[in-house]
Design a protein around this ligand. Structure first.
Ligand code: ADE
Ligand code: ZN
Length: 348
């Protein structure tokens, strides 16, 4: 689907993107050489650039009876395998600057990228390399490209809560009250049997530190309605990342509307495994029911290279939304973002 001039020129705000999900194969290849690291997934090594490109054809699961393949990584496995080339402060800086340069090209004016510090510290990478690399990119991205960013620390929800809390304590000097890198915390990685309530204390601590809170409630996952219910009513989250399953339950919709909680949706991520005629009418339904949402990209490099502009084009084209409605969605992102009011005014 080609990006129309209307979508290309629309001023954009991106609120759901994992920075590690923007690591493009060319930079990954370069960093592997620079750091002398083999490119691989489990026992499979990628010896040529073509083999590396092939590895982005991921599977949804490893169970042949569900159509999966055992020899191919799942999406999350591919994502964490990609992370392995990131070691030094410069690596994290280069990753983030690549992304912020691309934002400028897409007329993305402000972003709130997620980062998974535990994906790196658990490999033995010092936390300062990650945090200082992103911090330097936050500053240079704003001055060089005019793209401002406030970052979101993600707990890996499938790791022990205590590990996440320890990582958070290490990162705290880089939070809003310190160096100013991140203004919020969220939950990422595999949600299977890892409901938001497990992190309630961690969220409360972050709020006490002056940070905003959000959580992933992945579309179609096991226990998705219960996860959304906990997020809205028990943890009292400020935004939900995905959360499209709210449409099945009136009480969840009412909870979102009453509390002005918005959804950061990523249409292409769902379109990978949902029929067009099932998925896109849901956007219209959300608009009709007064649920606030915005359009984002999630992990563009591991999702067929579809970025925020491609996601917006899909909503526009398949969702049958008007130009006015697309502008409203772009404005919703400004409304939902956690920039200072002065910055918000400057974005639009
Ligand atoms: N971490 C990175 N990308 C993710 C996604 N799409 N869902 C859950 N966790 C993630
Ligand atoms: Zn996500």
């Amino acid at each position: 689907l080609a990006i129309s001039p209307f979508i290309a020129s629309l001023p954009k705000v991106e609120l759901h993107i994992h920075i590690e999900g923007t690591l493009q194969p060319a930079l990954r290849w370069k960093l592997a050489q620079r750091n002398n690291i083999p490119l691989r997934f489990k026992s499979q090594e990628y010896h040529t650039y073509e083999e590396l490109l092939d590895s982005y054809n991921v599977t949804y699961n490893h169970r042949p009876e569900l159509g999966g393949r055992k020899d191919v990584p799942t999406f999350l496995e591919a994502y964490f395998a990609g992370c392995e080339v990131l070691l030094t402060e410069d690596d994290f800086y280069d990753l983030a600057m690549d992304y912020l340069a691309r934002c400028r090209e897409m007329n993305v004016r402000y972003v709130e990228p997620f980062f998974d510090i535990q994906a790196h510290t658990r490999r033995g990478v010092p936390a300062e390399h990650v945090l200082n690399g992103y911090l330097r990119a936050q500053r240079d991205g704003a001055s060089r490209y005019g793209v401002r960013s406030n970052w979101i620390f993600c707990f890996l929800r499938d790791e022990p809560v205590e590990d996440g809390e320890a990582a958070y304590q290490t990162a705290l000097p880089w939070a809003k009250s310190g160096h100013g890198l991140f203004h919020a915390v969220g939950l990422a990685s595999n949600a299977y049997e890892r409901p938001p309530i497990l992190f309630k204390k961690a969220f409360e601590r972050a709020q006490a530190d002056g940070l905003h809170i959000t959580t992933h409630c992945d579309f179609g996952q096991k226990d998705t309605h219960e996860h959304i219910r906990q997020a809205i009513f028990d943890v009292q989250i400020e935004r939900i990342d995905h959360g499209l399953d709210v449409l099945d339950r009136d009480e969840l919709i009412a909870g979102l509307v009453d509390r002005n909680v918005g959804l950061t949706l990523c249409p292409h991520a769902y379109h990978r495994r949902t029929a067009t005629e099932v998925l896109f009418p849901k956007l219209r339904e959300l608009l009709d029911k007064g649920v606030k949402f915005c359009i984002n990209s999630d992990d563009p490099v591991y999702m067929h290279d579809v970025w925020i502009d491609g996601n917006m084009e899909k909503a526009y084209h398949y969702g049958g939304l008007t130009k006015q409605e697309m502008v409203q969605l772009a404005r919703n992102a400004v409304d939902m973002c956690w920039a200072d009011e002065a910055v918000k005014k400057d974005i639009y």
